[in-house]
Structure formats: C-alpha cells, structure tokens
Design a binder for this molecule. Structure first.
Ligand code: ADP
Ligand code: MG
Length: 698
C-alpha cells in the first residue's frame, strides 16, 4: 500500500463512506486525505488566567477550583451554576442538563482543568457545559494539545463521519506513512528558507505540537504549494519561448512608418510606447508571442493593437481583432478604417449579421491574401474562415472568450499567430502571477493627457428629480448621457420591465422633439441596435438608455454623464467598466450611481469604492477582497486557484518568494536534470500529469 491508494484501504472507511468523502470533500486517495487540512485547531496549549479572558476569546482552558454550587430556578426547569476561581479572578460555569450527576461528582475546592466555549454577558464570563478534569487526572494523561478541526458537511456528519473519526483516519495514515512521505523540495531550498521537512510539515499541520510548529508547518506547505504552481507556469512560459516558434516580423517597414508619421492622431503616451516596444521585441524574436495587455478603460489599448497589426502587414502577414460584441467590433472597424484610410490597407468586418454574399467575398479575400485586417466577433472562428497567413490575433476584452475559442484561432495556421490579449479588467499583481503566470504581461498604467477624473456620486432613488434636472442642464450644454439598467439573466423578465418602465418615464420627462432618446438592449435585432447606437454616436440623440450591452468598449467622447440605475446590483468591475464610457472627451464628466435604500454591506462598500477612486487597480483589489479570487474574470478556467492551503490574498508574500525561487531554479537548471533537484523533478512530473492548469492557447 502507498499513499496513492484509495481511502477504502484505511481501516474503518467503507466504500459508502469513501463515496461520500469524495462527493462532499473531493477526497479520493490517501494522499488527498493527508492534504485535507484542518480549518482550525482547538488550542489546549495555553492556560488562561481568568483576568486575561477577552470577550472575543473562543475556546479557553483554565485551571482553578469550584468554590460554590447553586441551582437557580428559571422559567422552565433550573440551571446549575458553579463559581469558579483561580488566583486572578472568578467566573461561572453553567449547566442546563445533567445537573444531578454534575452536583454529585464535582469536588469542591479541588483544582480542575476546565475547557470550553467562553460566553461574555454583562461584563461577566461564563462557560456553559465545560469539559472538566481534575488536575490530578489531567497530569496522568498524554495530552494532545492542539486538536485539528476539519471542514465537514451535514451529510458527512449524518453518516457518522465525525471530526473525531476524521482525526483518527488521518492519525492512522500518518502513523503508517510518516517514514514514507518523501521530500519534494531540494535541500538547498529547504535550508535557504529554513523550511520544515515535508513529513514534519504534514504531521504538524494535522497534529501540531505548538503554535510555532503549526506556523512553520503551514509556511512550508503554502510555500511548496505556490512554488509548484509557479514552477509549472514558468516552465510552460519557457517552453513557449524556446520551443514554440513564431513568425518573425523583421521589418518595421513602409506601412508602420507611414502610419506613425502621417496618420497617428496624437502622440503616444510613454506607457503606450513602452508596451509597443515590448511587443516589437516579442514579434521579432522568432518565438511565439503570448502577451496580455492590461490597461484601464480609456488608456488607449486600441492604438497599440493597431500598430502591432501594422507590423504584421509590413511583413506580409494578415491580422485580426476579435471583439466580444457586434457593437464593439463595429466600433473597432470604424476606428481602424478611419485611421488607415488613404493607405493601401484593406480592412473588413465579419459578424453574425453579415450577409451570405458578403461573407463569401470576405472568405475569398482572406484566403487569397488581399484582405489585410479582419475585425469581427465569434463569427471569426467559424470553420469556414481561413486566413492565408494570419500573423497576429488581437483579442479584445479577453474574459468574454473561452479557452477553446482561442485555440480555434490558432488552428488556422501552420505556425501559431502571435497573440495579444487586451483586457480592461486590472488584476492585482500577485493574482496575475498565478492566473497568468505563463503569459507575458504588459501594462498601460497611464491615461492619455488631458483626461479629467470622472466625478462620481451616489444618490438614492428618491433623488431622481434632481438627477433629471442635472441631466437637462448637461444636455443644454451639448453633452450626451448614458442611462444604464441592470440585466441579470435570472431576473431577466423583471429587468426588461424595469428597463421599459424606465425608458417610458425618461421619455415623459424628456419629450420629443426637444429631446431624442436611443434605446439599446439585448433583445433587439443587431441592425436595430446598430441603428440606435449610430444615432447616439452621431449625436442625434442626447440620451442612451441601455442595458449593459454598452459595457464593453463604446467610444463616444461627447458623452459625459453615466447614470447607473440599481447600481447596487452591479459588480465593481462592471461599474468601473461602465464609468469608463465617460470621461473620454475634454469635458468634466460625471457618474451617478442610483440605488435603493436597502444596501447590503458589500453593496455599500462597492458604491463607496466607486465614489472614492477611479483607479482600476485599487478597484480590482477591493473587488478581490469582497468576492474572493475565484470569482474574478478569467480565474475560473485557470484551475490554479484550487489551493489546498495557501490563500492567494493573504499569502501574497509567500507567493512572491515562491515565484522568485522557481525563477532562480529554472535559470540554474532549466530541465530539472541536476541530481540535487531530483526530488523536485519527481514531484513536478507527477503534478503536471494530473494538473488541470489552464493550457493557454497552445
Ligand atoms: P481602451 O484602452 O479602453 O480600449 P481606447 O483604445 O478605446 O481605450 O482609447 C480611448 C480613447 O483615447 C480613444 O478615443 C483614443 O483615440 C484615445 N487615445 C488613445 N491613446 C491616446 C493618446 N496617446 N493621446 C490622446 N488620446 C489617446
Ligand atoms: Mg477598448
């Protein structure tokens, strides 16, 4: 038997129990069980003096003696109260049940070890139904000083798998296998970071001898867990860099230079220049580029993408931009067409609503190479779409695309096209390390000059009249306004009704012909949506009433007010995205967050954060704290967040150390072939075999 055996090999675990443990806790093998950690410990290492008890102490252990016992009558029955003293103070022990037995067995004025959950009421401490043991008895026994408490489920408890049983299973595993638990880090790493050995770490994580040992064990296991994730990600990146060949864009030629000199409507920000340099270096290297471009809404990612595509064209390649919505694809198409007009570059657009005839033309032009840039939606990855030689694929707002879809783009070519993934959802650095550790990351951390910070306020629904007044004033100044309603799948019918009611009341408040209003939502035909969008883009309408279909990417610089209805129902990153629609022109822009009075603490925090800052990274940090990493965009498919012991938020320091250690290791021993790294290699190979780590594109 070894640790890879199923847990049914452990005494007392029946097939039925094993099935339950697997279903409820994901525990299948002995190894899984060994790596199933307690979420807290009953700490019996410390004896508290009564005077040191705190209202927030939970379980405590105290030595003292009982001086009095009395029964107190209450509404139903009675309770038994003991006065319990130590040299520092006095408190009460309380029983509601089994009073007679307690009364008879308790020895007055003899020292007891008392253990239990502390109550605090009216400045007095008490312990209901404490565990009691005479000190003389206590001293005879070998004490397990910190007892593990394991996560469980109701079902498990009902089937008799108690915490006590779990403890027994794991204890017997450790007794049986302690000697066979293999070290999986190198001696060098262990001594560099003064880590506990693997087997002692496992032992102490379950049955710690002391708080210090527990801390050491936890550190070691967290370090190890993060280290191996980083090692996998970094190895993959290394392989991408060295093994996966990419097209070489050697020439910075006529097209790029002409555009840069004559067509670029503004000078690039330093951040844009830096990112462009990073991209140029990648695409000239002969390796495959796999780069994530992060930049807050409005930071100017599009122009960087266009310049990267021109590099491809200069080298005889085609390029594509894939956008998550038709509206956004159209917008990119318009922008790119305008920017390159007068140059010898053919640009086209392919979306679901392009007619068959036109579609065929596009397919043909792609295959004979006369079409240089194709912009589109999901329609781009249909099987019929074949590029002659796709050199670079830009994927905008990546979180809308699944892994498979990206892989499809890649399948069109002999060599994979360079990939530039653009996202406006900033991810805190440490999280990015875990989720995108195998990608290169560029960040545009600077907004184009002249942007004024969007003024943000939170107003309750009852202030609606003054909001209408404000809207009128802004429209009188020639500004345009977005009015956004939530649309959540689960409550779609209600949400549409709210949207339509809202539209009606706004239409009444802003009557024709003085005011023109656009409305856009998901149930409209694409052509109608586009028509309404265009009216707003051209400035023919002053108000755009919409659901979140406008969330991603629309660019109407004259729109300077964003009003969000029921804003308490939106997530932070969504609110941030929406706000990013304004503040794009030279005028002072505003964001008004409307909400009801009923706000959950989280909703309050979200709205407060929006009012307090416009910094996308700060907002992402708060979002991460509120929702946990598993809910952030892009993390679900990554699998790297199924951490057993480390916490991506709290253990970010360990993460950085682990990552740096992995980097150093790979620099010294790329293939882990050195003798001293054998233990790492063994563990690594085993892990990669079973790993669900997101295989990005490749
Ligand atoms: P995002 O990063 O959100 O995709 P865009 O690429 O749509 O942002 O750019 C937002 C706006 O800023 C566009 O109108 C674009 O023309 C403008 N812009 C981009 N870069 C600059 C710059 N360096 N100077 C001035 N305006 C810029
Ligand atoms: Mg954009």
């Amino acid at each position: 038997m070894n640790l890879d055996y199923p847990i049914t090999y452990i005494n007392g675990i029946s097939v039925q129990r094993a099935a339950l443990l697997y279903a409820d806790l994901g525990i299948k093998t002995c190894n899984d069980l060994l790596n199933f950690f307690p979420f807290r410990y009953i700490d019996k290492t410390t004896f508290y003096p009564i005077k040191d008890l705190q209202p927030n102490s939970s379980e405590v252990q105290i030595v003292g003696s009982i001086t009095h016992l009395k029964s107190v009558a209450q509404k139903r029955g009675s309770r038994l109260i003991a006065t319990f003293q130590d040299p520092t103070g006095s408190m009460e022990l309380v029983w509601f049940k089994g009073q007679k037995w307690i009364k008879d067995s308790i020895k007055i004025n003899e020292p007891y070890v008392v253990y239990g959950k502390l109550n605090h009421y009216n400045g007095n401490f008490s312990i209901p139904h404490p565990e009691l043991e005479l000190v003389s008895e206590y001293k005879k026994k070998l004490q397990s000083k910190m007892q593990p408490v394991y996560p469980s489920t109701e079902k498990l408890t009902n089937f008799g798998v108690s915490n006590k049983l779990m403890r027994a299973y794991i204890q017997s595993l450790l007794q049986q296998f302690y000697d066979k638990i293999e070290e999986n880090l190198s001696q060098e790493i262990i001594s560099d970071f003064k880590l506990m050995s693997k087997r002692d770490a496992l032992l102490n994580a379950h049955f710690p001898k002391s708080q210090e040992n527990l801390a050491k064990a936890e550190y070691r296991l967290k370090f190890e867990e993060l280290f191996f994730i980083q090692l996998q990600l970094l190895r993959k990146k290394l392989i991408n860099k060295t093994k996966i060949k990419g097209f070489v864009f050697e020439n910075v030629g006529a097209v790029f230079n002409e555009f840069y000199a004559d067509k670029l409507p503004f000078s690039l920000t330093n951040a844009q220049k830096r990112v462009l340099k990073e991209i140029r270096k990648d695409v000239a290297s002969g390796a495959h580029m796999n780069r994530l471009l992060q930049g807050d809404v409005g930071s100017g990612k599009t122009i960087v993408a266009i310049l990267a595509m021109l590099l491809a064209i200069d080298n005889g390649f085609q390029a594509t931009i894939m956008a998550p919505t038709e509206i956004l694809a159209n917008q990119h198409f318009t922008a790119v067409s305008e920017l390159v007009s007068g140059m010898n570059i053919k640009v086209d657009i392919l979306t679901g609503s392009v007619r068959v005839k036109k579609r065929r033309e596009i397919h043909a032009a792609l295959e004979d190479g006369t079409l240089h840039i194709l912009i589109g939606t999901h329609a781009l990855i249909e099987d019929k779409v074949k590029f002659k030689n796709l050199g670079i694929a830009v994927i905008d707002e990546q979180h809308r695309f699944g892994v498979k879809q990206r892989a499809k783009l890649w399948a069109k070519n002999t060599l994979p096209p360079h990939i530039l993934v653009m996202t406006a959802t900033p991810i805190p650095r440490t999280l990015a390390m875990s989720v995108y550790g195998d990608l290169d990351i560029s960040v545009i951390d600077e907004l184009p000059p002249g942007r004024k910070e969007v003024k943000t306020v939170h107003r309750f629904d009852s202030n609606r009249l003054s909001v209408f007044k404000f809207m009128k004033d802004e429209i009188a100044k020639g500004r345009q306004i977005y009015l956004v309603y939530p649309l959540i799948e689960e409550s779609e019918a209600m949400d549409y009704k709210d949207l339509m009611d809202g539209f009606e009341s706004v239409s009444r408040e802003f009557p024709l012909p003085k005011y023109q209003i656009s409305i856009v939502h998901g149930k409209m035909k694409p052509a109608d949506k586009e028509f309404e969008m265009q009216r707003f883009v051209k400035g023919e309408t002053q108000i755009m009433v919409a659901t979140t279909v406008i969330e991603v990417g629309v660019n109407v610089p004259n729109a300077s007010v964003m009003i969000i209805e029921s804003s308490e129902r939106f997530g932070l990153s969504q609110l941030h995205q929406l706000r990013g629609r304004v503040g794009r022109g030279a005028d002072q822009s505003y964001c008004i967050l409307l909400s009801s009075y009923k706000l959950s603490p989280e909703a309050k925090m979200r709205l407060k954060t929006m009012v307090d800052t416009t910094d996308g990274f700060k907002i992402a940090e708060v979002d991460l704290k509120l929702r946990g990493p598993g809910n952030l965009m892009g993390t679900q498919q990554s699998g790297v967040l199924n951490l057993k012991i480390a916490d991506i938020l709290k253990d970010s320091k360990i993460l950085v150390t682990a990552r740096n250690t992995a980097i150093t290791l790979l620099q010294e021993d790329e293939n882990l072939s050195k003798e001293e790294n054998l233990s790492i290699k063994k563990a690594f190979m085993k892990m990669t075999k079973s790993s669900k780590i997101w295989s990005n594109i490749s």
